[in-house]
Design a protein around this ligand. Structure first.
Ligand code: FMN
Length: 328
């Protein structure tokens, strides 16, 4: 009689700790559009379709990218607890909301980079203020190329003279949406409210004068006048993640690559901000495509720089674990 292998799985406290840490992942407008189900053996990642931004993200592209970021965060957290997660993406085509299924293997010696990036999870945040040039960029840039390549995403660093053109595209995207009541309503719903477990709180937002010194940022509701980093104009590197096609699988991989980039930058002492308002409109995508030297579909722009001070806002809120994790 052949012996059946009993799969080894992490204990419930480890599962809760890893998912709790992983859900510090960034998401569009902090919508946190994910759910996790542990069935006793495997862990499933589902997209919470009720949390889609129907005006800004009608195809759920950014929702899936956000779930990809959470997937990478969670896998990094499990790896740092000694668990490898073998992942099947989009395992059941008739169920497109089921984005990934993970199986566990003990992993006593994960690569050192895993611990650096896991430790960076709780320190990472979106910095919307102007940033200084990233210190030590040369070596970090090489590491980022290695981190995104398994996800079949390319990482391009734009020339400094691309910034002016991107600023124009950014302003145009704001102007085009100025009278789009659905887009504006969605933005006001998700941004600028204190004391909720989701959305972008006022403490994470910037004033009009601070945003004008960044030039390429999405226009959120402004929390009132302030002039932090008053003498600084943004010198962040502008990086673009570009995919080969437009499928949920590609978007999921893009989110994983985004997470890897943000965590590696945090681990290297850099600050960052993901930007997608330019890739939400076809004119912005065309401009970005013209700025990179190869074919592909620009998905996310990332500002990467050095914060010249410790003006880090309080951590953005997250939904309680009971709302996003089901243990069967
Ligand atoms: C797919 C995606 C798109 C995003 N787009 C923008 C954006 O256009 N502008 C911006 O300021 N932040 C953007 N963000 C950052 C989120 O608003 C941020 O992750 C969220 O509010 C949680 O805050 P935290 O990153 O500080 O934890 C984006 C994040 C993701 C994952």
């Amino acid at each position: 009689m052949s012996e059946q292998r009993v799969p080894e799985v992490p204990d419930p406290p480890t599962i809760r700790a890893a998912i709790g840490l992983g859900c510090r992942a960034p998401s569009v407008h902090n919508t946190q559009p994910w759910r996790w189900v542990f069935d006793g053996t495997r862990l499933h990642l589902l997209r919470d379709t009720d949390r889609q931004l129907t005006a800004a993200d009608p195809r759920a592209r950014q929702a899936v990218i956000s779930c990809g970021a959470a997937l990478h965060h969670v896998r990094t957290a499990f790896a740092s607890h000694g668990w490898r997660t073998d992942t099947v993406r989009l395992p059941d085509p008739p169920r497109p909301d089921l984005l990934a299924t993970l199986e566990f293997q003990p992993w006593p010696n994960p690569p050192m980079g895993v611990f650096r990036r896991a430790e960076a999870i709780s320190r990472r945040y979106t910095d919307r203020l102007p940033l200084a040039e990233p210190v030590g960029w040369g070596s970090v840039r090489l590491a980022l190329d290695d981190l995104v390549s398994p996800h079949e995403v390319t990482l391009d660093v734009l020339d400094e003279d691309a910034r002016a053109r991107l600023s124009v595209a950014s302003e145009q995207s704001d102007a085009l949406r100025h009278y789009d009541m659905d887009y504006q309503g969605e933005l006001r719903w998700w941004a600028g409210h204190p004391g909720t477990p989701e959305g972008v709180p006022p403490s994470a937002l910037v004033s009009e004068s601070e945003r004008s010194r960044v030039g390429v940022a999405r226009k959120f509701p402004t929390p009132g006048p302030s002039a932090r980093r008053g003498d600084l104009h943004d010198h962040a590197r502008l990086v673009v993640l570009t995919s080969t096609d437009e499928t949920p699988s590609t978007w999921l991989h893009t989110g994983e690559a985004l997470s890897a980039v943000l965590l590696e930058c945090t681990a290297s002492g850099m600050s960052s901000c993901a930007l997608t308002h330019i890739t939400e409109l076809s004119a912005g995508r065309r401009l970005l495509s013209s700025l990179i030297a190869h074919p592909g579909i620009p998905q996310v722009v990332i500002r990467i720089g050095t914060a010249p001070d410790d003006q880090q806002p309080p951590p953005t809120p997250r939904r309680p674990l009971v709302d996003i994790l089901t243990v069967q």
